[in-house]
Design a protein around this ligand. Structure first.
Ligand SMILES: Nc1ncnc2c1ncn2[C@@H]1O[C@H](COP(=O)(O)OP(=O)(O)O)[C@@H](O)[C@H]1O
Ligand SMILES: [Mg+2]
Length: 373
């Protein structure tokens, strides 16, 4: 029998989406093919500490969310000359785990999905699932992602990006710039957050300042964006040649919510309904899938991404809104559901992602890094 591929699943994470990750990771652990993979669960707590968790104990106790075990040993990541990774206990007498073939970050949000963790994994020269540092970082920054998308010809909603230092220097002038360029309603959002944290729908210019003050609590850069009377359509993309693009789905926030807010996403169990596939005509379906593939390519993503669009109810035009390089991954999350509806079941999806990670690492590893002799 060929040796199993050793996969370290990273879960938790030092971000506001820690709890979502615990749920995503419970599904990943359940569906990773044990015939092929030897699974090592590695939690990252809210302070950033990496800990080695015991798979057997987790499998006995895990419900919908993966716990971080109380007595899990703190570990640090180390590289091996053969391009694999090790997890070395920082203290105590737990044994190190060596020969890890691939890391699977099932973590979301800033520091997890924005290139920071990816950079750490690159420094250790190990294989990992998903996008590298560049695509992770530019995709997390809503301003830079939109600029690159627009540069490639993808339609985006008009917006103004504001730095906190400029706002602190002259708030009135910043507000005036937005008033000149945009019409009400506008959306104010932190540039690097997710889950609608700090997002405000602003219906009067008098209300703009309070929304900006709040959004600047979360980020040093924010967007004021043209509000669009829109349907929200999402597409899942999986790396392949050519790219594998799912059917699109539509999220319908319940009318009790002004938009797809944090409450609608997480607190209200009837906050939104989903149409999978989206109820759009064939031409619109083809258009949005092509735009999703284009966004994935333009931003140089690897592995997977969920691409979110607004469909303008009036013009019928799609606007690129954002791209998520490590989207929610519970078995009922949109990314796996869209893949499943398009013919790629959850377990197979995980296997393909691991294989893509190994392939990319092999290619990077074969590059000449030293031409002194
Ligand atoms: N320009 C806009 N027009 C209409 N609705 C918007 C706009 N921007 C954001 N929204 C609403 O706010 C939600 C969250 O905004 P989004 O940019 O997707 O940030 P997040 O990364 O937090 O999901 C969207 O799903 C949508 O409901
Ligand atoms: Mg969103």
């Amino acid at each position: 029998m060929t040796q199993k591929i050793r996969v370290a699943v990273l879960y938790g994470g030092k971000s506001g989406e820690h709890e979502v990750s615990l749920q995503s990771a419970a599904s990943v652990l359940r569906y990773l093919d044990r015939e092929r993979f030897d699974v090592i669960p590695v939690s990252i707590d809210k302070t950033g500490l990496w800990q080695l968790n015991d798979l057997k104990t987790l499998e006995q106790t895990a419900g919908k969310a993966l716990p971080i075990l109380r007595d899990a040993a703190e570990v640090r990541l180390a590289s091996q000359p053969d391009g694999r990774g090790s997890l070395i206990p920082v203290s105590g007498n737990a044994a190190p785990v060596r020969d890890i073939d691939v890391f699977f970050p099932v973590i979301h949000g800033p520091l997890c999905e924005d290139g920071a963790t990816q950079g750490l994994l690159d420094l250790a020269d190990v294989a990992y699932v998903g996008s590298g540092v560049l695509a992770s970082a530019v995709s997390m920054d809503k301003d830079i992602a939109k600029r690159l998308a627009a540069y490639a010809g993808l339609p985006i909603a008009p917006y103004v990006a504001l730095m906190r230092r400029d706002y602190e220097r002259d708030a009135a002038r910043c507000i005036e710039t937005a008033r000149q360029k945009l019409t009400l309603p506008v959306f104010v959002k932190p540039c690097n957050m997710g889950s609608s944290v700090g997002v405000h729908k602003v219906k009067s210019w008098d209300a703009l300042k309070a929304a900006l003050d709040d959004a600047f609590r979360y980020d040093l850069k924010i967007l004021i964006e043209q509000g669009i009377d829109a349907r929200e359509v999402e597409v899942a993309v999986l790396e392949d040649d050519p790219l594998f693009v799912s059917v699109a789905s539509e999220i319908n926030p319940d009318p009790r919510h002004e938009f797809y807010s944090y409450e609608a996403k997480y607190l209200d169990k009837d906050g939104a309904s989903v149409d999978l596939p989206a109820r759009i005509d064939e031409a619109a379906m083809a258009r949005v899938r092509a735009l999703a593939a284009q966004a994935f390519t333009v931003l140089e993503c690897n592995g997977l991404a969920r691409v979110d669009f607004f469909l303008d109810r009036k013009s019928g035009e799609f606007y690129f809104n954002e791209i998520n390089t490590l989207p929610g991954f519970t078995s009922i999350s949109m990314y796996p559901k869209m893949m499943e509806a398009s013919g790629v079941p959850y377990g197979e999806l995980l296997t393909r992602l691991v294989n893509l990670a190994l392939g990319r690492h092999r290619q990077r590893h074969s590059l000449v890094r030293d031409y002194s002799n």
